[in-house]
Ligand binder design. Structure first.
Ligand code: NDP
Ligand code: GDR
Length: 308
């Protein structure tokens, strides 16, 4: 039975991937912090998942877990993944995201050099309009560092290391601080009469929003390629935060204009105006395509909150 080790298994992507791999007959192991801050940890209730204590900031724990599990695939999903929070905790973000990837790659090089490694790279690395990477946040800078380390371990040590550059992907398991989940929760609170307004930051920002389970399936396919090649995963369509809010309120039969307020405290020192990706190579090489359109993502997220 093939074995996978997933860091960030209590998060959105890790939990979906664990479920998909179990369904495919994999043995699934996950790294968990003693003090997990996760919004949602559905994976803890799945009995077949083997959880191991550890932290991306603690190299001995990573080395021990890789030695014990001897994984075929390692998925590095763990991160301080909030761009907004990274401005307030820039060095902790670098420790987990940049150095953490380095520690896990090193643990693999020492203890499981035949394994295949997936690094969760991000569209935030692009930072906007200039070609190539132009990180606009401590989070993005840390992800660029990790991305280059992944390439370095592949090229210099011959390890099977792949970085997936994933654009935003959402679901009812999205962390509560991210804008799509904040909007979905805000709509539900207003619909139930528990709140009268929803405060948001930059309404003009445009993102390429996809469906998280589709995206983790792409990550798995990347490790099943014959050779390690990085891929971009996106829908190719962007929408504004304002547009997301309008559709989300409409799902509950409400008008966003009545309830959405902008709050300067939610603006970032720097924000990326628009991110939209081109996944045509992934379509050709991996046979991957997004399955859930924008309106349906919004509807599923709002309905999940209304039902909660
Ligand atoms: P989440 O924020 O939902 O999950 C993050 C996970 O990382 C949690 O399980 C958290 O565990 C864990 N974690 C945080 N710090 C540490 C640490 N020091 N040691 C070990 N584990 C830690 O993220 P997503 O599932 O949304 O994203 C998965 C990955 O993909 C992240 O690396 C993210 O940066 C990246 N990414 C995400 C995109 C998206 O749109 N979702 C797009 C592109 C990249 P705990 O329960 O302990 O807090
Ligand atoms: P992002 O996601 O920064 O793209 O990072 P987020 O949902 O936080 O922000 C998207 C856009 O919405 C604007 N925005 C707000 N954002 C938040 N969080 N809260 C608000 O109230 C709000 N109002 C407007 C933001 O300014 C931004 O422009 C996510 C994370 O999953 C990263 O880990 C991942 O790498 C990238 O997606 C791709």
């Amino acid at each position: 039975v093939p074995r996978a080790l997933i860091t960030g298994i209590t998060g959105q992507d890790g939990s979906y991937l664990a479920e998909q791999l179990l369904a495919d007959g994999w043995e699934v192991h996950g790294l968990v912090r003693r003090s997990s801050t996760s919004h949602t940890a559905p994976i803890r209730s799945v009995p077949d998942v083997h959880l191991h204590g550890g932290d991306l900031c603690d190299f001995p724990s990573l080395l021990r877990v890789v030695q014990e599990v001897r994984p075929d695939h390692i998925y590095n999903f763990a991160a301080q993944s909030s761009v907004a929070e990274s401005f307030r905790q820039p060095l902790h973000t670098a420790d987990v995201v940049a150095l953490g990837a380095g520690r896990l790659l090193e643990a693999m090089r020492i203890a499981a050099p035949k394994a295949r490694f997936y690094q969760a790279s991000s569209s935030e690395m692009y930072g906007g309009t200039v070609p190539g990477f132009h990180p606009r946040s401590p989070y993005a800078a840390a992800k660029v560092h990790a991305h280059h380390l992944a390439a370095f371990y592949r090229e210099s040590y011959g390890l099977f290391v792949v970085a997936g550059i994933l654009f935003n992907h959402e679901s009812p398991r999205r962390g509560v601080d991210f804008v799509t989940r904040r909007i979905a929760r805000g709509v539900a609170a207003i619909a139930r009469g528990e709140a009268r307004e929803l405060r948001l930051g930059n309404l003009d920002a445009r993102r390429d929003w996809g469906w998280a389970p589709d995206y983790v399936a792409a990550a798995h396919r990347m490790l099943l390629q014959e050779r390690p090649v990085d891929h971009v995963i996106a829908t190719g369509e962007s929408h504004s935060v304002r547009d997301f809010a309008h559709r989300a309120f409409a799902v509950a039969g409400l008008d966003a204009a009545e309830f959405v307020r902008t709050d300067p405290a939610l603006l970032r020192p720097a924000d990326v105006g628009e991110l939209v990706g081109d996944a045509s190579v992934a379509r050709d090489v991996l046979g991957w395509a997004p399955t859930v359109p924008f309106d349906e993502i919004v509807r599923r997220m709002v309905e999940a909150e209304l039902a909660a």
